[in-house]
Ligand binder design. Structure first.
Ligand SMILES: *Cc1c(COP(=O)(O)O)cnc(C)c1O
Length: 409
């Protein structure tokens, strides 16, 4: 499979961490922190050089001028998430963007004030949502609705999402779902959820932290009102790197939306006239607050060039094979100690498989690391493994399962 893989050369574009014996780790944590593209360094060095040689003049005269730097990322990022350029911007970080989006799109009233999330939403999302509810004078006890798997199940059923929106939709102000759940790896059909929500008059937003760079998202087509994501997981742009934000075209010039504003959202032509009246840029860029971190954007630029070259649709094709192979090998072990909780249908998951351990024995996970596997442990009892199509090979998957099998034995 590796020999036939038309994307196999992409592995050499990344630094693979090495063990003390100089062998590369089997790195399956691209869902947590993506690996460093080799070109990240030269991209960041370019900005250090220009800063060194030009000082403030770099805003206009750097090789990649800093003033419009975020615009150099927009088209590639828009392509990656299936949005239009006026709907896509790189700014801030994920939780910050989530708050900014809720400022504009969570507008509770006495009769419609609830937010619907997944019961195992990422903690930051839950904290953000709860704090917004309280900020508006409501109580999470009544305003926070959770989509739960049925007892003894791990995944949320489509018919349960439908039923909940149908029954409570009139009271739901905002539906906010992680489009790919960080824990179970379940991928939700955004178009269906947007449609169901909109029929009931709800605003629909998605946290695509585990979807962006992992699965084609088609954000524009999904009809979602907004989406946010980070760039340090599957987008390989480095720890704490800036986040991405999508606002549907139909909202970007709506002057009635409340918004927290800063000078980077102001009309670019008159920004430096330093006037007192805010004039929003007629795109999602109007939500920008500050002039952004150029070094972080340089790493994002390096990474997006790789995605442009590979193509997210091609990556997805390989990803389905790679994860399918992983699933097949794990099931072949036939162990009663482990089970995969991620959906088995490829269109209901990305590249990640979540392996649940009976008796929650964390030793097994720690032994995997000793044997050269970097995976991820999530309390209480799940090992998450995410073979990414850019830098993981079928051999990686085979070797991982061989080590897992040894440990189980
Ligand atoms: C990774 C992740 C976050 C982290 O947010 P930051 O603000 O970037 O630290 C939040 N939500 C989800 C769903 C995530 O997967």
């Amino acid at each position: 499979m590796d020999e036939q893989d038309s994307l196999k050369s992409f592995r050499s574009k990344f630094h693979i961490p090495l063990q003390t014996n100089s062998n590369p780790f089997i790195y399956l944590s691209g869902n947590s922190l993506g690996l460093q593209p080799i070109t990240a360094k030269s991209h960041i060095e370019q900005e250090l050089e220009d800063w060194k040689n030009l000082g403030v003049e770099g805003h206009l005269h750097a090789k990649n001028p800093w003033l419009p730097y975020h615009e150099f990322l927009t088209e590639s990022m828009a392509r990656l998430v299936g949005a239009k350029p006026i709907e896509t911007v790189v700014m801030n970080t994920l939780s910050v963007n989530l708050h900014l989006m809720m400022v504009s799109f969570y507008r509770p009233t006495k009769s419609r004030f609830k937010i619907l999330i997944e019961s195992d939403a990422f903690p930051s999302d839950r904290y953000a949502v709860e704090s917004q509810i309280k900020f508006h004078g409501f109580s999470p006890e009544t305003a926070l609705l959770e989509l739960k798997p049925r007892p003894d199940e791990h995944l949320i059923r489509k018919e349960d999402i439908e039923a909940l929106i149908d029954q409570q939709g009139d009271e739901i102000a905002l539906i906010l779902i992680g489009n790919t759940n960080y824990y179970s790896g379940q991928f939700f059909d955004m178009k269906t959820i947007s449609h169901l929500g909109h029929q009931k008059g709800c605003v629909v937003g998605f946290d695509c932290a585990h979807g962006a760079g992992n699965v084609p998202l088609n954000l524009h087509d999904s009809g979602a009102d907004f989406a946010v994501w980070c760039t340090y997981k599957y987008i390989n742009a480095g720890p704490g790197s800036l986040g991405g934000c999508f606002v549907n075209e139909r909202h970007v010039t709506n002057k009635n939306l409340p918004r927290f504003t800063g000078w980077w959202g102001h009309n670019k032509i008159t920004r430096f006239k330093m006037g007192n009246t805010f004039e929003p840029i007629p795109s999602v860029e109007a939500w920008q607050l500050s002039n952004p971190t150029i070094f972080s954007m340089a790493a994002i630029k390096a990474s997006l060039a790789i995605f442009d070259e590979a193509g997210i649709e091609n990556l997805r094709k390989k990803s389905i094979q790679l994860t399918g192979y992983l699933e097949f090998l794990i099931n072949e072990i036939g162990s009663e100690v482990i089970s995969i909780i991620t959906p088995s249908k490829p269109n209901e998951r990305g590249c990640q498989l979540s392996i649940q351990l009976k008796h929650a024995d964390k030793n097994l996970f720690e032994n995997l690391l000793k044997k050269g596997v970097i995976a991820d442990w999530r309390e209480p009892d799940v090992i998450r493994v995410a073979p990414t199509p850019l830098y993981n090979s079928f051999e990686d998957v085979f070797r991982f399962v061989t080590i897992l099998k040894d440990q189980l034995a």
